[in-house]
Design a protein around this ligand. Structure first.
Ligand code: SAM
Length: 245
């Protein structure tokens, strides 16, 4: 899987891409991350990437020319790149969307800054993606969120693929509670079932904990989570309707 990032702050990516899972994934050739400086695609001597907004108002707007030039240059080199614009106005990034993006070969991530990007850039991207209902000062952190979440789903990047299959949102639910050694810590014991070695009991306990946790923290997820009849009955027995509200 290839990621190409267009940014005016390429140095932003040095540390996050050089540690832990993303570093290992690149070292093993599973993921390649290329960061391109938008200033390399400017034509004026000041290498300008922004200008004042037409119609007045505060701040600066990113100019279309460097972004068009960079996307065109990449378009000539890459096979079927999916071009994403990071934007608070985009489609919310969910685990489902992350799964769809992980099926692509090449993602190009365009990072905005300042007051945003000239509207005409929207005509040359495939999709706008938002990482949440808040405003960041630039698209770089959002691009890193996309890279991290998508790379984890590339086969081989996460040690055991089951760990991405069971985790929060992948099953439509939040994940069950996790414990490690010691068995007892400051009077807090690990639930007995996890020490039992009985795999079916452990699996049932985990599934039920995931249901309870989701009902408690994100009840709206239960509206769309695929629950069996038995699970719906079990929730009802706990006095918890499986529907939101
Ligand atoms: N004025 C813009 C608006 O109200 O929609 C916000 C511009 S923001 C300060 C600058 C850049 O940060 C955006 O162009 C975008 O690339 C990035 N950004 C900010 N919030 C984001 C979010 N929630 N998700 C993805 N990118 C975001």
């Amino acid at each position: 899987m290839q990621f190409h990032v267009l940014t005016i702050f390429p140095e932003f990516f040095a540390s996050p891409l050089s540690v832990s899972l993303l570093k290992k994934a690149q070292d093993r050739g599973l993921v390649a991350c290329h960061v391109h400086n938008l200033r390399d695609y400017t034509a004026d001597k000041h290498r300008s990437t922004d200008d004042a907004p037409y119609g007045g108002g505060p701040g600066m707007v990113m100019k279309p020319e460097p972004i068009f030039a960079a996307l065109e240059a990449l378009g000539r080199r890459l096979e079927r790149p999916k071009r994403l614009l990071l934007s608070p106005q985009g489609t919310p990034l969910t685990q489902q969307k992350v799964g769809q993006l992980a099926a692509e070969q090449t993602l190009v991530l365009v990072c905005g800054r300042y007051e945003g990007i000239d509207e005409r850039v929207r005509t040359v991207v495939d999709e706008e993606v938002s990482i949440g209902d808040y405003v960041l000062s630039g698209g770089e952190i959002a691009a890193l969120v996309v890279i991290d979440a998508v790379a984890r789903l590339v086969p081989g990047v996460v040690g055991r693929q089951e760990s991405t299959r069971d985790e929060s949102f992948s099953t439509g639910l939040l994940e069950y509670p996790q414990y490690t050694r010691p068995e007892e810590f400051r009077g807090l014991r690990v639930p007995e079932v996890l020490l039992s070695g009985h795999h079916a009991d452990i699996a049932r306990w985990r599934r039920r904990q995931a249901l309870l946790r989701t009902r408690e923290r994100r009840p709206e997820l239960l509206d769309t989570a695929p629950l069996s009849l038995e699970e719906k009955r079990w929730l009802a027995e706990q006095g918890l309707s499986p529907t939101y509200g």
